[in-house]
Design a protein around this ligand. Structure first.
Ligand code: IPD
Ligand code: CA
Ligand code: CA
Length: 286
């Protein structure tokens, strides 16, 4: 049995607790009970409930840590060095469509660096976790990024911009350059799990533009502790400061990064203040 530190234990148990509600709600989505309430309302209640559980559990065990949460935004803690970075439900669109690819993502940031992360897929019951210097695991299995070096053999994950979000033309340019070099591109719809799958060697690489810190915080440490590389499109390791991310083993990461770069770098400017879901979410239909 892999040794889990007290920090990983509290994250894993908070994720397990919050997942109970998500599983119940997902069951309702699958049984199409949701139509009574209106799907987008339903999903926003589901992820707010999950976030409340995570917030309550984590502040009970580490009362001084700050928070950055997709729903609730930033909460400063007494301890200015540490904060939790939380996405209570990553893969909302999948959840809403009854697709079992979604997760709870919790990262721990210490002085700007991610030092631990947990990504939990409650349907597959896969708990991905990693801590700086201790390795990356799925449940009790040690993870290692894939060793493939030739892009022609590599399966690469990405996120595709959608209605009202992202730079569509730029993505098509990236896709045009990357698809002809690789064995296949996948769009599974939950960035935290995409990164967990890179850590597990299922995907050889991942790139996406337009992500927020809570989408990637836990995934970054999973990939790094599994021996992989993560950076923004310019190669900077300060991924939380940029809206784009590229991941893979050392060689695939660099090949992918160069292809993305060829599609044209976005203007170098700091990420706008993290947009919480509350600010982004459209008004529910009346
Ligand atoms: C989304 C997922 C998706 C990515 C989107 C994210 P959400 O998060 O991670 O894979 O492509 O950009 O916003 O909204 O489901 O938490
Ligand atoms: Ca997300
Ligand atoms: Ca979310």
């Amino acid at each position: 049995m892999a040794f889990r530190s007290p920090l990983i234990n509290v994250m894993a148990s908070a994720a397990t607790k919050a997942a109970r509600g998500l599983k119940r709600d997902f069951g309702e989505v699958e049984n199409l009970q949701v139509s009574k309430k209106g799907p987008s309302d339903f999903v926003s209640v589901a992820d707010q409930k999950a976030e409340e559980v995570l917030h309550a559990e984590l502040s009970r065990v580490r009362p001084d840590f700050g928070f950055l949460m997709e729903e609730g935004g930033e909460i400063e803690g007494k301890d200015k060095s540490h904060r939790w970075i939380i996405d209570p439900l990553d893969g909302t669109t999948n959840f809403l469509h009854g697709l079992p690819q979604f997760a709870i993502s919790i990262g721990v940031e210490r002085d700007g660096e991610i030092i631990a992360g947990v990504v939990y897929n409650p349907i597959a019951d896969e708990m991905y976790w990693a801590e700086k210097g201790a390795g990356a695991y799925c449940n009790d299995r040690r993870l290692r990024v894939a060793a493939r070096k030739d892009l022609k053999e590599c399966v690469i994950a990405t996120g595709i911009p959608f209605h009202g979000k992202g730079d569509h033309l730029r993505f098509l340019k990236e896709l045009g350059l990357i698809m002809r070099e690789t064995a296949g591109i996948r769009r599974f719809g939950a960035a935290s799990l995409d990164l967990a799958f890179v850590a597990a060697g299922r995907f050889d690489g991942f790139w996406e533009t337009g992500l927020q810190p809570w989408d990637v915080a836990a995934g970054i440490i999973l990939v790094r502790e599994a021996g992989g590389f993560v950076s923004d499109q310019r190669g900077s390791k300060k991924v939380l400061e940029a809206p784009e991310i590229v991941a893979g083993n050392e060689i695939v990461h660099e090949k992918l990064r160069r292809l993305v770069e060829r599609a044209g770098l976005p203007p170098k400017k700091p990420r706008p203040k993290a947009q919480t879901a509350v600010a982004e979410r459209p008004e529910p239909e009346k």
